[in-house]
Design a protein around this ligand. Structure first.
Ligand SMILES: Nc1nc2c(ncn2[C@@H]2O[C@H](COP(=O)(O)OP(=O)(O)OP(=O)(O)O)[C@@H](O)[C@H]2O)c(=O)[nH]1
Ligand SMILES: [Mg+2]
Length: 216
């Protein structure tokens, strides 16, 4: 069996597909831009999906991620889920100054593929005086559902890297587990965690990686 550390540090490691979802204006694009180093004081509402590839240093490893910054606007609700396929993890973002966006987190969680790690992000933590969502409510929801919660500010950068890093650690753990137990990858659509679309064929990345590129 391939050693995980060796395997993950291999340059051919498949990027983790991260989807960033949540209501419009919560700051998904601002968080993504902050992470990848794009200046954006007031981004335009996202149309469809913005895609960014990025590399992050996590646990001494260079981890590639493929971020899909989705549109929160109602108009795109029908099309955006098309971009969720084969996601490895999700950041579900709400705005700490807008209670409805927190209420809607539950719906976003329902929409993302089952069995992928989720980190709940409360953005705009810099706007302390305008906060509408008490920490107790967040704690109650996230602990009941087993989600990590990270308060962020895309405006001043607080915990932005932490939010993505936290998700990456969870995605790496899933991939490590699947590497150790390929049988867990039952091949169904719901096991999209380790599947990747290659042109018009879908193949198991894990299989190819373990037995093809990286036979150890
Ligand atoms: N004060 C403050 N403003 C923020 C923060 N993050 C985003 N904003 C502002 O909130 C507004 C919406 O930000 P976006 O990043 O476009 O929000 P979005 O979630 O991508 O919105 P959609 O693309 O429509 O889904 C912009 O005016 C940002 O400048 C933050 O952490 N603090
Ligand atoms: Mg956006």
């Amino acid at each position: 069996m391939a050693d995980w550390t060796e395997a993950m540090s291999a340059s051919q490691a498949k990027p983790f597909k991260v989807i960033v979802v949540g209501d419009s204006s919560v700051g998904k694009t601002s968080l993504t831009n902050r992470l990848v180093g794009i200046e954006s004081e007031n981004p335009q509402p996202t149309v469809g999906v913005g895609r960014h590839t990025h590399r992050m240093r996590v646990n001494d490893q260079d981890v590639p991620i493929d971020i899909h910054d989705t549109a929160g606007m109602e108009t795109f609700r029908a099309v955006v889920p098309n971009f969720y396929r084969h996601a490895d993890g999700a950041l579900v973002v709400f705005d700490l100054t807008d209670r409805q966006t927190f209420v809607d987190v539950h719906e976003w969680v329902q929409d993302v593929p089952k069995n992928i790690p989720i980190v709940v992000v409360g953005n705009k933590s810099d706007l302390k005086d305008r906060r509408q969502v008490p920490p107790e409510d967040i704690e109650q929801y996230t602990s009941a559902n087993g989600f990590e919660f990270i308060p962020t500010s895309a405006r001043n950068g607080t915990h932005v890297i932490d939010a993505f890093t936290n998700l990456i650690v969870k995605m790496m753990e899933v991939r490590r587990r699947l590497l150790a137990n390929p049988a867990e990858d039952g091949g169904g659509e719901e096991n999209a965690v380790i599947r990747v679309q290659h042109e018009d064929t879908t193949e198991s990345w894990l299989e190819r990686w373990t037995f093809g590129w990286c036979v150890i």
